[in-house]
Design a protein around this ligand. Structure first.
Ligand code: GDP
Length: 304
């Protein structure tokens, strides 16, 4: 039901447009398909994914000869679910910590303001609740506020944090955090990093350096690179995903702020277009407002 609430705005906006598009029409014809295409694009599903969906519906119209507009919901749900099922990357699992990876190191990347710190706090809470010992590392040393904000979350969850002054070397913070984590026998270490996309080469160099230095402590760290994207920015989230995946190897995605936006369709496009699993979605500012992303549940919730 959190998911339903989180998707409320996206759904009402989508179905409003859809009902206007089919007003006075009983049959799915070229006009309806054109309108549908526009609606999907304007719901931030993305052009590429929209075209795939339209193709599938067209094929169905061709095959069945007649599709009533009253069936459009059901058909959309089936075709989008089918499309997402085909992009079979990392189906709906949360981060599981393998017993032979201790500490399990998660490096979190993303542009400032997307909800990185909040997502780290929520993750730390989930791991802690499942009995894992968590240590956080404040390697976003570019902004004092980022360090303080992570501290607030560490205090809220009750986990240790490793930090240095603002402006210190992020790689050095990451190194200290891993050292400290190993000493404290931590199960999970989550490293916050700065996301300065305006200079891709710097970003790439910085992330590479952080990784290299971490590997001096934990050979195969990081085990996960989680890219956090702000779902409410729609197409910008796509753009950021493209940029970050060029700068570093990203292993999983979190899409935040799906509550309070009508751009929830962006998750459908992102799931379809990046061969990287969306693992989590953020549906609020609270500590429990992070959900494991399940493609089918998401589509069902959207179209029910
Ligand atoms: P960072 O700069 O990427 O670390 O971003 P923060 O974690 O500080 O988040 C920026 C703002 O977005 C804060 O006000 C958060 O409370 C808010 N925020 C983060 N995730 C969500 C979410 O899933 N839903 C909503 N509504 N707000 C969120």
């Amino acid at each position: 039901e959190t998911l339903d609430k989180g998707l409320e705005k996206s759904k009402s906006s989508f179905f409003n447009k859809l009902s206007k598009a089919v007003a006075g029409k009983t049959k799915v014809d070229d006009d309806v398909l054109d309108n549908l295409e526009e609606i999907l694009v304007s719901s931030d599903v993305g052009v590429e994914t929209t075209l795939k969906i339209i193709d599938r519906i067209e094929a169905r119209v061709a095959k069945d000869k007649y599709l009533g507009t009253d069936e459009l919901n059901v058909i959309l749900r089936e075709e989008i679910a089918g499309l997402l099922a085909e992009t079979n990357v990392g189906n709906e699992t949360e981060f599981t910590v393998p017993s032979d990876k201790k500490p399990y190191v998660i490096m979190v990347v993303g542009v400032n303001g997307v909800g990185k710190t909040t997502t780290i706090g929520k993750l730390a809470s989930q791991f802690t609740k499942s009995g894992k010992k968590v240590v956080l590392g404040a390697a976003d040393t570019f902004r004092a506020a980022a360090i303080d904000q992570l501290q607030v979350w560490a205090d809220r969850v009750g986990v240790p944090i490793v930090r240095q002054e603002m402006g210190s070397d992020p790689a050095s913070v990451a190194f200290d955090t891993l050292k400290s984590g190993v000493t404290q026998n931590a199960d999970v270490i989550i490293i916050d990093t700065a996301g300065r996309l305006h200079n891709k080469v710097n970003l790439m160099n910085e992330l590479t350096k952080i990784k290299r230095v971490m590997q001096k402590v934990v050979e195969d760290a990081p085990h996960e690179v989680l890219l956090v994207l702000d779902g409410s920015t729609g197409q910008n989230a796509f753009e950021q995903a493209k940029q970050f995946t060029k700068a570093t190897e990203v292993t999983s995605l979190a899409v935040t702020k799906l509550d309070g936006t009508a751009k929830g369709g962006v998750v459908i496009g992102i799931s379809d277009q990046f061969q990287i699993p969306v693992k989590y979605i953020g549906v609020g500012e609270g500590i429990d407002d992070l959900q494991v992303f399940n493609k089918i549940e998401f589509v069902d919730s959207f179209f029910n």
